[in-house]
Design a protein around this ligand. Structure first.
Ligand code: NAI
Ligand code: MG
Length: 322
């Protein structure tokens, strides 16, 4: 029995995750889905956004389908997303950016760097410790090399080694790993790289980088392919895997039924591929293509369809393709 933990979360997570779950259930009626309540909504009720029991529920799943959670600017609120990534050791954040003339995989280190969570505040100073370890760098570099070999076999190591010592450490470990793995690589400074990715996306295949740089680069690259509403991601560790849209809870459009469900549906496709059903993943991709070709899209991508209407059209297309 395959068990999928479903965390809809906050805001539009509540709208797009049910659609993605429906797509999965259509292809795999044998999957068992169980909801796990996590997020700001839960915090408002209980003062805890994610309990140890919730983590245990997540650990018990074969894969986790995740929406988004709101992080309020409250000093006593700890980021749930960071907590889950750390507890489940989801060290590789894979963010494919695909569209016309663009096929890039951002491989972002997901557990350390500037998101190490080691932070403190004094009167007139706030500090965050940026930790880069050999183990963390080596395993993300190996993941990136493996993915590069399955793709066009070109690795770009994004870094800021010219200014930040911990980034020189990261870059050098990535270089050594790529050489060991026999994967052709180039290195590039992340600021210039971001501009070049936007100007010449066709030059790039797999880009490996540290936590915050990967976060920013992948959001920026979303510009190339129609926006945040389309981008899926996978958070992979050695024992657990979580799939979520790149976007957040979008409070500005939540509750209106117009959130784009494509990022969540594509995340479901990545979940299937991870569980070994590459045919199902390809089927979802085809169904999404057919639906977009018919002009059935939400307002963020120029259409007039609702979340539900896009979801229904994708399910109809899948039924036809199955
Ligand atoms: P956001 O991604 O939620 O929204 C940015 C902009 O893109 C908004 O204008 C929004 O309407 C639009 N957008 C995002 N997804 C869309 C979709 N599926 N369809 C149509 N339009 C979409 O980022 P923002 O506004 O910076 O953050 C909002 C909240 O989400 C914050 O509390 C933040 O902490 C949280 N967040 C959570 C993440 C997670 O759970 N993994 C990731 C990013 C942000
Ligand atoms: Mg982000």
């Amino acid at each position: 029995m395959t068990a999928i933990a479903v965390v809809a979360g906050d805001g539009i997570g509540q709208e797009v995750v049910p659609v993605a779950q429906e797509v999965l259930a259509l292809l795999h009626p044998e999957y068992e889905f169980y909801p796990v309540e996590i997020g700001y909504g839960k915090w408002k009720k209980t003062r805890t956004a994610c309990t140890p029991d919730d983590i245990t529920l997540l650990r018990g799943a074969d894969a986790i389908l995740f929406g988004a959670v709101t992080t309020p600017p409250a000093a006593d609120y700890r980021s749930v997303v960071l907590q889950i990534r750390k507890e489940l050791d989801l060290y590789a954040n894979l963010r494919p950016v695909r569209g016309e003339g663009v096929d890039i995989m951002v491989v972002r280190e997901n557990t350390e760097g500037l998101y190490s969570g080691i932070e403190w505040q004094e009167e007139d100073r706030a500090s965050t410790l940026r930790v880069i370890t050999r183990k963390g760098s080596e395993r993300i570099a190996r993941t990136a090399c493996r993915i590069a070999r399955e793709r066009r076999n070109l690795l770009t190591i994004g870094n800021k080694a010219n200014v930040i010592k911990s980034d020189a450490f990261f870059r050098d470990i990535c270089i050594r790993t790529a050489e060991e793995e026999g994967v052709p690589y180039t290195t590039a400074f992340i600021d210039a790289l971001t501009l070049d990715v936007l100007m010449h996306p066709g030059r790039y295949d797999v880009i490996v980088t540290t936590n915050i740089f990967g976060d920013i680069l992948s959001d920026a690259a979303a510009y190339l392919v129609g926006g945040l509403g389309l981008l899926p991601s996978a958070n992979i560790g050695d024992s657990h895997a979580l799939f979520e849209p790149v976007h957040g809870s979008a409070p500005d459009i939540a509750g209106q039924g117009i959130a784009n469900p494509v990022a969540a549906i594509r995340s479901a496709a990545m979940l299937l591929a991870h569980l070994g059903d590459t045919r199902g993943a390809a089927l979802i991709d085809n169904a999404l293509r057919l639906t977009a070709a018919k002009g059935i899209t939400t307002p963020d991508t120029g259409g007039t369809a609702s979340t539900r209407e896009v979801g229904d059209a994708v399910c109809t297309a899948i039924r036809r393709l199955m």
